[in-house]
Design a protein around this ligand. Structure first.
Ligand code: 2AM
Ligand code: CA
Length: 269
């Protein structure tokens, strides 16, 4: 484990450049409707750029770390969601795909590295704000080279973000009751459309907390290291550890905010 972490420390800026290039490609190739394809389920889109970026990232990481495995959002050759004993890259080529398609300019490229079932590094790049988040386990989190350290604010002193992806409609009533309470107990609420960026916003102190009831590992893998290394928490809503082999709920935030949001969620879930 120490050896692989040392490798990520050494290659941190090289990996960040690869992720930055991917983010620039995303920004420069905004799709038009002809290039948007529907995946099964509501509001579940994939663009040609999602696929192109994931393929490119897989090629680059395979070159840097021969034999590594991949758990990516898009269905492309070599994306082996099962073999994750050694080094595995969790790739969301475009997080915030719906934002991307509709020109919201709020999407990112998210790359997490896991080893032996534990997340060890995270890289998230938002080309619209030119914000590069990186973290290596035990070595801190940074945004554009500046160290991130969270202040333990309660939700009454901060913004609380939540996600409500349309593919997860079973929890709609509970989620919006929770959102109403969050609204009444915080400075304000937001729904941003990119889980990775909302988790990074916790790391940089812009969100006191972020909640979404169902996400996939590639949505939060990178962000989980970034927020923890910044001094924040990321857990399932019921307090269990996040899962890397399949979907789970996500509650990230300052320590105080996580406790408060969990208490509110308990009433409705
Ligand atoms: P995406 O843009 O990469 O699909 C918004 O609520 C969050 O939910 C985004 O991070 C979005 O990621 C994610 N999301 C939306 N639809 C999803 C789906 N079908 N599977 C997994 N995550 C999804
Ligand atoms: Ca995603």
């Amino acid at each position: 484990m120490e050896e692989i972490i040392a490798q990520f420390v050494k290659l941190r800026s090289i990996i960040a450049e690869i992720v930055r290039d991917a983010g620039q490609y995303m920004k420069e190739h905004a799709p038009d409707n002809r290039e948007v394809h529907r995946k099964p389920g509501l509001a579940n889109f994939v663009t040609d750029e999602d696929v192109a970026i994931q393929k490119k990232l897989m090629e680059e990481f395979d070159r840097l770390f021969p034999g590594c495995t991949f758990f990516g959002e898009e269905d492309v050759a070599g994306n082996d969601r099962d073999g994750r004993d050694g080094l595995c890259f969790f790739i969301d080529p475009i997080d915030g795909t719906t934002n991307y398609i509709f020109g919201y300019n709020h999407s990112c490229v998210s790359v997490g590295a896991g080893y032996g079932g534990e997340m060890i590094a995270g890289f998230v790049y938002n080309p619209y704000a030119d914000e590069m988040f990186t973290a290596v386990r035990g070595c801190g989190a940074e945004m554009n080279g500046r160290e991130l350290k969270i202040h333990d604010v309660p939700i009454e002193e901060g913004i609380v973000a939540f996600g409500c992806a349309r593919y997860n409609e079973g929890d709609t009533d509970a989620l919006f009751q929770i959102a109403k309470e969050l609204y009444l107990n915080s400075l304000s609420i937001r729904e941003g459309g990119s889980a990775a960026l909302d988790i990074c916003r916790v790391a940089k102190g812009a969100n006191a907390a972020y909640l979404e009831l169902k996400l996939n590992p590639y949505d939060y893998a990178a962000g989980s290291v970034i927020v923890e290394e910044a001094g924040g928490r990321i857990e399932q809503v019921d307090g269990r550890c996040i899962t890397l082999d399949g979907p789970c709920s996500i509650l990230a935030g300052t320590s105080k905010a996580v406790e408060e949001v969990r208490e509110i969620c308990r009433k409705y879930l």
